[in-house]
Write a protein that binds this ligand. Structure first.
Ligand code: DX5
Ligand code: ZN
Length: 237
């Protein structure tokens, strides 16, 4: 299994000091920074209204804007060597590829639920010299990632909360999908995102996840460095 990659989610940071927060995380041992981008993500799979996302209506996420390419660009210029792991919780993911690439994005992860032609998207992302990630929401089965998609992508993201905001409760029922994907794609980076921290890392690591996103658990900790170390140690054992 690939080695641990720890990717603190900046949604839990102090946005007023974003670049300083990113630098602090890198100093504390972060490998990547997870940049969550929202823009009315269209949830094609489930029409339920999920309590953690009270703004969900008729299967659409009401626009919840965090940051866009101009902010990514500033962060990229101000934080030398940063690897921006861009989680695109957006409809029409194809329209943001160039902007994110120009802003210095290193990895562009789109949702399979929002993609009409995932293989072409992956190619377009690779053409812009970014790694390509494919995310699945809690109600999306792992088989939505076909063999062709999984082999073409660089990273697979299993959401362990409904995408929409940080600080939600970890959904353990999503973890078997990590194991299913790890069995099919032994060499790929597999990321978990949502409610992940020292209390939930064990099951994620056992299932085969190696890229660990944590927002609240890292930024909200008294000692983020120790949390990053714990997460890494659990994955690498
Ligand atoms: C949720 C985002 C996550 C979020 C994770 O929609 O994709 O990256 O920031 O935050 P925590 O770790 O607090 O659940
Ligand atoms: Zn995310």
């Amino acid at each position: 299994m690939p080695q641990a990659i720890i990717s603190p989610s900046v949604l839990a940071s102090d946005f007023g000091q974003l670049t300083a927060e990113c630098k602090r995380m890198i100093k504390d041992g972060a490998d990547w920074l997870h940049m969550g981008m929202f823009r009315g993500f269209y949830h094609l799979v489930s029409n339920e209204i999920h309590p953690p996302c009270p703004d969900v209506m008729d299967g659409h996420f009401v626009p919840n804007i965090t940051m866009g390419a101009p902010i990514l660009s500033c962060v990229h210029k101000s934080v030398p060597g940063i690897f921006m792991d861009c989680h695109m919780m957006v409809s029409q993911p194809e329209i943001w590829i160039n902007d994110v690439a120009n802003a210095g994005g290193a990895l562009y992860c789109f949702h399979i639920e929002a993609a009409s032609d995932p293989i072409s998207l992956i190619k377009a992302i690779h053409d812009r010299k970014m790694k390509a990630g494919v995310a699945i929401s809690p109600d999306t089965p792992s088989l939505a990632i076909t063999d062709e998609i999984g082999h073409s992508a660089d990273m697979l993201l299993v959401m362990t909360v409904y995408p929409g905001r940080g600080g939600q409760k970890f959904l353990e029922r999503c973890v078997p999908k990590v194991a299913e994907l790890r069995a099919r794609f032994p060499e790929k980076d597999i990321e978990v995102d949502g409610g992940v921290g020292p209390k939930t890392i064990d099951v994620c690591a056992q299932a085969g996840s190696n890229v660990i996103v944590a927002g609240t658990a890292i930024f909200g900790a008294d000692d983020p460095k120790a949390v990053i170390k714990t997460l890494r140690g659990t994955v690498n054992t």
